[in-house]
Design a protein around this ligand. Structure first.
Ligand SMILES: *[C@@H]1O[C@H](CO)[C@@H](O)[C@H](O)[C@H]1NC(C)=O
Ligand SMILES: *[C@@H]1O[C@H](CO)[C@@H](O)[C@H](O)[C@H]1NC(C)=O
Ligand SMILES: *[C@@H]1O[C@H](CO)[C@@H](O)[C@H](O)[C@H]1NC(C)=O
Ligand SMILES: [Zn+2]
Length: 513
């Protein structure tokens, strides 16, 4: 039994004779019972016809519409009490096969088991792994115009009958589409976002909204193909006065000659996030692809070496890489490595067992001797932010190979071992000035230790606040970092090699072997 009231009768009558489909009639009668939309549209139409031809007596109305028995109902209708009713029934029957004037067929043939199967098959073909499913549909902007026209058509009737209906209570095409399709698609599948876009058509109708009718609504924009975006159409419809609209557009909307054509089905899996720590053993490997003036400088990068096997394991379309700080191209990262995380875009797999994860780690380790990866694991988007949290307060340890201009002896450098919590003023280094604002940053070197090598070389170990520019501390950057090692040793010094020994960020959690 349809949840319709006696007062809906003239509206139903009006909508049916205007060429609305059964489901659009329910929408315009604000029927929010989802099950009503899931019934076969033919059954609903039969019920609606029975409803409008029944008398005011509720008893007759009940017997007039047994939903499980459409043929007898039709017979009853055709043998109706008056000539007029019979004529109406024949006319309505004729309209059953017509394309709806409001939804252009979207809630008719484009919304049912056949279409659900098509969507499901597209998803299945991509072989996604998923638990939940979100179904979205994009409808042509054109539908808004037809919807508006039909609303004006019933509004008149409602006003005459003094029935108060808020336009916001109407059920949207999108909503009805989802109520019908979601269950059908889910039955076939189980959590991929399925974007069903329904095509634009009836180009000529766009003409009715042009510069003359709403000059400030449709402005061409550089990157949009069409000025008739859904937003622009919705805005124009809000602005335009009813009388003006009716002058330019028929109400109810005209009978369309064909229905909408479904375009593509796009599948998108939510991102999966993978984290770990990497070592870099090579002094000629940038962290990210190094491109200058559109030309590649180094053949590979840390992120590409890690990403390639990860992308193929998760069958992902792309990635975003981030890490806790970064090292220069000529700096190695040793010890436990540097925490990193990557967002995998549209992964077709979303879970890896412990063993598969270990296998993936081994594949990365074996793919190159320039990098290694450990603690590889799937993390949440939220957990990823832990990596960047309080980054400035974290400490890092380094080993630098130092050259001195003046010859040195073992005891000349031992005083450095006693320096604690040395505060530096670092003006933005000349080498990064092109990408970082000029500023003086204070950084702390918590401790240092030295290992004498020969009369011009020694190893300097440093434990510093994250963000300290080590190279600049050593050579002084033309006095831009103060104090610096040249000042401390009273001779020119330079840095020949630098290694990151540890990045003290306790994320991601370590994975026991
Ligand atoms: C805009 O529409 C009106 C009628 O609706 C038509 O007369 C006019 O030529 C159209 N203008 C443009 C620029 O298409
Ligand atoms: C991730 O990468 C995609 C394309 O590669 C980009 O459009 C998006 O803005 C990135 N997201 C983040 C959070 O960096
Ligand atoms: C990969 O290399 C890292 C660093 O040497 C090591 O800790 C890890 O156990 C290796 N993993 C596998 C599976 O080979
Ligand atoms: Zn319809």
């Amino acid at each position: 039994m349809l949840p319709l009231k006696e007062k809906d009768k003239p509206i139903v009558q009006k909508l049916l004779s205007a060429g609305c489909c059964a489901r659009c009639v329910l929408r315009f009668c604000c029927v929010s019972v989802q099950a009503a939309y899931r019934k076969p549209p033919q059954d609903t139409l039969n019920e609606l016809q029975a409803f409008i031809s029944s008398t005011e007596n509720p008893k007759t109305q009940d017997s007039a519409s047994p939903p499980e028995d459409p043929p007898s109902k039709r017979a009853k209708l055709e043998a109706g009490p008056s000539e007029e009713d019979a004529a109406a029934a024949v006319k309505l029957k004729d309209e059953e096969s017509r394309v709806c004037v409001v939804c252009l067929g979207i809630l008719q043939d484009l919304c049912g088991p056949a279409q659900a199967l098509k969507v499901s098959e597209t998803v299945k073909a991509e072989k996604y792994e998923f638990d939940t499913l979100v179904l979205s549909v994009s409808l042509p902007a054109q539908l808004c115009v037809r919807e508006h026209s039909c609303w004006l058509h019933v509004k008149k009737e409602l006003r005459e009958k003094s029935i108060a209906v808020d336009r916001d209570d109407l059920i949207q095409v999108k909503e009805a589409f989802k109520w019908i399709m979601q269950g059908l698609v889910a039955k076939e599948l189980g959590g991929v976002a399925v974007v069903t876009r329904v095509g634009d058509r009836n180009e000529e109708e766009k003409e009715l909204f042009n510069a003359t009718t709403c000059s400030d609504c449709f402005k061409p924009t550089k990157n949009k193909q069409s000025v008739f975006t859904r937003m622009a159409v919705v805005k124009a419809l809000e602005k335009i006065a009813d009388a003006k609209f009716l002058k330019h557009y028929p109400s109810p909307p005209a009978q369309p000659t064909s229905s909408c054509i479904p375009q593509d089905v796009q599948c998108l899996h939510m991102s999966v996030f993978v984290a770990g720590r990497y070592n870099k053993f090579c002094r000629s490997l940038p962290q990210t692809p190094w491109v200058i003036d559109g030309e590649r400088r180094m053949e590979s990068s840390v992120e590409e070496l890690i990403a390639a096997p990860v992308l193929s394991s998760f069958r992902s379309d792309g990635f975003n890489f981030s890490s806790s700080g970064r090292e220069d191209v000529d700096v190695r990262t040793l010890g436990n490595g540097r925490p990193f995380a990557m967002e995998l875009l549209n992964p077709h797999r979303s879970r890896l067992s412990r063993a598969e994860m270990k296998q993936l780690q081994e594949t990365i380790n074996k793919s190159s001797d320039k990098i290694r990866v450990r603690d590889l694991q799937i993390v949440t988007r939220e957990a990823m932010s832990r990596m960047k949290e309080g980054e400035e307060e974290k400490t890092k340890s380094y080993t630098a190979l130092i050259w001195t201009l003046k010859p040195i002896q073992r005891e000349d450098i031992t005083f450095i071992d006693d320096i604690k919590d040395l505060t530096l003023d670092q003006k933005t280094p000349l080498r990064v000035l092109h990408r970082r604002a000029l500023a003086v940053r204070q950084r702390v070197i918590h401790s240092m230790n030295t290992r004498f090598l020969d009369s011009h070389h020694f190893y300097l170990g440093l434990k510093t606040q994250a963000g300290t520019y080590i190279k600049e501390f050593v050579h002084g950057d033309f006095g831009r970092t103060k104090p610096n090692l040249c000042e401390l040793l009273r001779t020119d010094t330079d840095i020949l090699e630098l290694d990151v020994e540890s990045v003290d960020v306790d994320w991601p959690p370590s994975i026991p072997e």
